[in-house]
Ligand binder design. Structure first.
Ligand SMILES: Nc1ncnc2c1ncn2[C@@H]1O[C@H](COP(=O)(O)OP(=O)(O)OP(=O)(O)O)[C@@H](O)[C@H]1O
Ligand SMILES: [Mg+2]
Length: 328
């Protein structure tokens, strides 16, 4: 039975043809269901296929195979129906008219999405209050701070009160305070209060862990695992992770040397480099790994911790993540 506010994908495929025979299977046979009101996370590193999947669901790209039903409408057969059910929020994209005010922008988009005129004024008032932009409602958008512009983009996405939201990398490039605001807003307002069905993509493991009820790990266009964060973490056979915290850069050669010891995950946060290796017996790895790190960087601490969602991702996908982005 199709849910009128849910999402269902069956064997969805999107291939980008490059030169001659080269092709990228950006979405490679993806199937899953998102229930009404669920906050669902699609998690994967750069190039996993997350944005391509969102574009297929929002009818910006036509899938090459498979089906996608969004809010009871098929993306191929009824793209207009899909768009009526959807709000799509992508970070960084310029989705507002900068010479117009917030009220003018929202009026324009309300008309575009067919919001009845009798409801528009009340709707805009509500959204400006919700996003804390009421005082700025007659200011030109170009004069608003970037945080305010982002808030107005969210208001714009919600103007036709869509039951389903697709949110692509909501906190990418945001400062830590605003990133926190956005995460709290998604969880408490959009999910708990307004009960929207939400598909969120991110490559921040902590973000997915904190927000999402269920998570799909995406890698090379495929779904490698799908479960609650709690049950995903239970899939690690090794119970422990050896973590070396250091200052300095780990070069490619050191990365491959350590990789020989087992599943490796390298990340940077707040100027520190973290080398994490999941293992049954951390003691066995200790001297070898620390020696390699010590040749390149200043070791600050060595500890044994329990697996994070990122460790599980590395374990289940076989990927060795080398993440240079700073986690907020
Ligand atoms: N318009 C396009 N033409 C050709 N190849 C594309 C196009 N868009 C995406 N790709 C390729 O498809 C693959 C998936 O890209 P996609 O943008 O969906 O990844 P992503 O998971 O959103 O990554 P990121 O975390 O960097 O945003 C990549 O190999 C990418 O180079
Ligand atoms: Mg993307």
């Amino acid at each position: 039975m199709l849910q009128t506010r849910g999402i269902e994908l069956k064997n969805l495929v999107k291939v980008f043809k490059k030169k001659k025979k080269d092709e990228v299977r950006a979405v490679d046979g993806v199937s899953f269901r998102i229930a009404e009101g669920e906050l669902f996370g699609l998690l994967g590193p750069n190039g996993a296929g997350k944005t391509t999947l969102i574009k297929c669901l929002s009818t910006l790209l036509i899938p090459d195979d498979g089906t996608a039903i969004v809010g009871g409408c098929d993306v191929n057969a009824d793209p207009l129906g899909v768009r009526r059910k959807l709000g799509v929020l992508t970070g960084g994209e310029r989705s507002l008219y900068w010479k117009l005010t917030p009220v003018e922008n929202l009026n324009y988009f309300a008309a575009l999405y067919g919001v009845p005129r009798s409801e528009t004024k009340e709707r805009i008032h509500y959204l400006l209050e919700l996003m804390d932009l009421f005082d700025k409602k007659h200011e030109r958008v170009e004069r608003l701070s970037s945080g305010m512009k982002q808030k107005l983009s969210i208001a714009r996405t919600l103007v036709h009160d869509p039951p389903i939201l697709l949110i692509d990398e909501p906190t990418l490039g945001l400062d830590p305070y605003f990133a926190r605001f956005i995460r709290t807003f998604i969880k408490t307002e959009l999910h708990e209060q307004l009960k929207k069905t939400i598909l969120l993509t991110t490559h921040y493991m902590d973000e997915a862990d904190e927000l999402c009820e269920r998570i799909a790990f995406m890698y090379n266009g495929k779904i490698k695992a799908l479960d609650t964060p709690h049950l995903l973490k239970k899939r690690m056979p090794q119970e422990q992770v050896l973590e070396v915290k250091c200052v300095g850069d780990i070069d490619d050669q050191a990365f491959s040397s350590m990789h020989e010891y087992g599943t490796l995950n390298l990340s940077k946060q707040d100027g520190f480099t973290y080398v994490r290796m999941s293992t049954e017996n951390p003691e066995d790895l200790l001297s070898g790994v620390v020696e390699i790190v010590r040749d390149r960087a200043r070791v600050l601490s060595v500890s044994v911790t329990s697996p994070t969602l990122e460790d599980v991702f590395v374990h289940l996908t076989g990927a060795s993540l080398k993440d240079d982005t700073t986690q907020q």
